[in-house]
Design a protein around this ligand. Structure first.
Ligand SMILES: Nc1ncnc2c1ncn2[C@@H]1O[C@H](COP(=O)(O)OP(=O)(O)O)[C@@H](O)[C@H]1O
Ligand SMILES: O=C(COP(=O)(O)O)[C@H](O)[C@H](O)COP(=O)(O)O
Length: 324
């Protein structure tokens, strides 16, 4: 048991898939072990005030970033918070909620990495970056089905938000340890969620599993379903792991082994054998979807969270003679 919660950040634009990935990871780690916080609750203005002022929810001035930061720092040290509550249903605020952090805390939202103090609170930072066309489809589908907007209203809102997306949301990609982009394969006719590939940008800000074997294989085979390349992201060197939707169970299990060999207690949480929830997600219409690219994404995030737990428990044991 670590002395403080392990904090995962999931940041990205509206409808980039933050809530979906958060739910999947919470399911994989066991919902009772996870506290989820959505930073939309820190909006400074309600929906009608925003319209009146002419500010979008993506602008830092439209959010209590200072209070979000304070709460992040409290959660990191295991302390409770009294969190504001924003309702996407009514566009107004509801009574605050008392929240005590569990073993793992997932903070998902638009501006989670916008300040250094906030960034320093996370153990693992993920940024979601689907292609803009896919995000627009996801947003139209979700906001028309679940948030009461028309498709025209959603598209007009996206256009209005674009300058703030460019200035405040997308630059946060640079702070992520892992950038996740689900994308449709080139030959895909639609955007069936079970057929999306994933591209994982792995920054050297955290130590990733040793994928040398995959790198060697990628040099020999032409376009294997799972491949690793050295690349650059925002100008900086990174590893890129890509998983195609048609990867086989054997190929996925091979990666799983590489990851779990290093951290055996990942197995019950994160292997296809050990956890039937891995790689599953609930689609917009409530349907259950299953995908290996999603399973490996959840596995990678789980790996970093469990690893952070180990690092923390090593730190928590004082070295002999270190007490004064
Ligand atoms: N990995 C994914 N695969 C398939 N569909 C997804 C995925 N992530 C998100 N979606 C779709 O996009 C919609 C918006 O995702 P959501 O998680 O609500 O985004 P956010 O929380 O970033 O606003 C969801 O309703 C779902 O239909
Ligand atoms: O962009 C988002 C964030 O939510 P998400 O990342 O889940 O899309 C919402 O549009 C704002 O919170 C404003 O809400 P509203 O639409 O209620 O005015």
């Amino acid at each position: 048991m670590t002395s403080r919660p392990i904090i995962l950040g999931i940041v990205g634009d509206s409808a980039a898939g933050k809530t979906t990935l958060t739910k999947g990871i919470a399911q994989v780690l066991g919902p009772d072990n996870v506290t989820v916080i959505c930073t939309d609750d820190y909006h400074r203005y309600d929906r009608s005030q925003r319209a009146e002022i002419g500010i979008t929810a993506l602008h830092p001035d439209c959010n209590y970033i200072d209070i979000m930061q304070q709460h992040l720092s409290l959660l990191r040290t295991g302390q409770p918070i009294l969190k504001p509550v924003y309702s996407h249903k009514t566009g107004t605020f509801e009574p605050p909620q008392y929240i005590k952090p569990s073993k793992f805390v997932i903070i998902e939202g638009l501006l989670g990495y916008s300040t250094r103090i906030a960034r320093d609170c996370y153990d693992v930072k993920v940024y979601l970056a689907p292609p803009e066309s896919l995000r627009a489809n996801w947003k139209v589908k979700r906001d028309t089905m679940k948030r009461g907007y028309t498709a025209e209203q959603v598209l007009a809102e996206m256009e209005k938000r674009e300058p703030d997306s460019e200035q405040f949301i997308r630059p946060q990609r640079q702070w992520a340890d892992v950038v996740v982009s689900f994308y449709p394969p080139k030959d895909a006719s639609g955007e069936d969620a079970s057929h999306l590939n994933v591209r994982l940008v792995l920054r050297p800000t955290v130590p990733h599993p040793d994928f040398t074997e995959i790198l060697e294989q990628s040099k020999v085979d032409s376009m294997p379903a799972i491949r690793l390349e050295l690349d650059r992201d925002m100008g900086k060197p990174v590893d890129v792991l890509e998983v195609d939707s048609h990867a086989t169970k054997e190929q996925v299990s091979k990666i799983e082994k590489i990851i779990c060999n290093e951290i055996p207690d990942l197995l019950p949480f994160c292997s296809l054998e050990g956890n039937p929830e891995l790689g599953k997600l609930i689609g917009t219409t409530g349907e259950t979807l299953e995908s290996y690219p999603l399973a490996l994404t959840q596995l990678m995030v789980g790996y970093h969270m469990i690893k952070a737990t180990h690092l923390e428990s090593t730190k928590a044991v004082p070295l002999e003679g270190s007490r004064v």
